[in-house]
Design a protein around this ligand. Sequence first.
Ligand SMILES: Nc1nc2c(c(=O)[nH]1)N[C@@H](CN(C=O)c1ccc(C(=O)N[C@@H](CCC(=O)O)C(=O)O)cc1)CN2
Length: 287
Amino acid sequence: MANSAVIIDGKAVSKQTRDNIAVETAKLKAETGVTPGLAVVIVGDDSASRVYVNNKKKACAEVGFYSEEHALPAETTQEELVALVKELNTREEIDGILVQLPLPKHIDEKAVIEAISPKKDVDAFHEQNVGKIMIGNYSFLPCTPAGIVELIDSIGVDVTGKECVVIGRSNIVGKPMAMLMLHKNATVTICHSRTRDLPEVCRRADILIAAVGIAKFVKADMVKPGAVVIDVGMDRDENGKLCGDVDFDAVKEVAGYLTPVPGGVGPMTISMLMKNTLTSAKERAGR
Ligand SMILES: Nc1nc2c(c(=O)[nH]1)N[C@@H](CN(C=O)c1ccc(C(=O)N[C@@H](CCC(=O)O)C(=O)O)cc1)CN2
């Protein structure tokens, strides 16, 4: 019988990352008087977004950052939101501005993201930062893809020359993920809803990254034996229970390594946000 996959413990890697950030933050404060500051903006009452924002504030407290929350009602206009972002851009003690997505439908996400100063864009969603990532000359990396790179590094897998398949082509995860794997010298394929024979493409992957947003989409017969499988999904199964894009119980019998949901990629997303905010604060302190 084949061995079961090694489960990658995102919580443990995340804790280690946050411990390191806390040490660096204490040093920055002691040596320069600068305390990293993050402003988190949430519009409306999406319950999942509320959980993520609370977790971001908790993480700030854990690593010694200043944080403030701006919770705006769902009827907030685009103009009001952009005005708030512009005010936060001018505040010296705020190193990072995070506008929680998704926004209500009447607000153009792109207009809001472009209003964030690229120097405070700790999500790395602003087009200037996206462009810098393309050419490999960046200050911030987008949090979920950066967290996935850290998880892969944590298991000591060398990406060079490996076949990496990313399922999903969103601006937040799929496209930047593919770019980061390319920078690490993988041979990268991006799959999407129009991909022909998607299972066959997935079976080629040494590293398979599922960011498709469909519960248990990746089945065991789509996975190469021994592959590294990374699950970015935050879905609900038929019983309403949180699950990922990967059929965990079946795929763990085939994969070499597998991230769980919860406890895999999610906690790393927040740790990478802390890392970007610290980077921005160091810049302010001239470090
Ligand atoms: N401005 C942004 N908006 C959104 C982002 C983002 O990176 N920036 N990503 C996602 C949501 N997200 C962060 O904001 C996020 C999602 C999930 C988790 C997480 O830790 N999940 C837990 C489970 C949580 C639960 O019980 O529901 C886990 O996987 O263990 C963190 C961050 C969309 N919006």
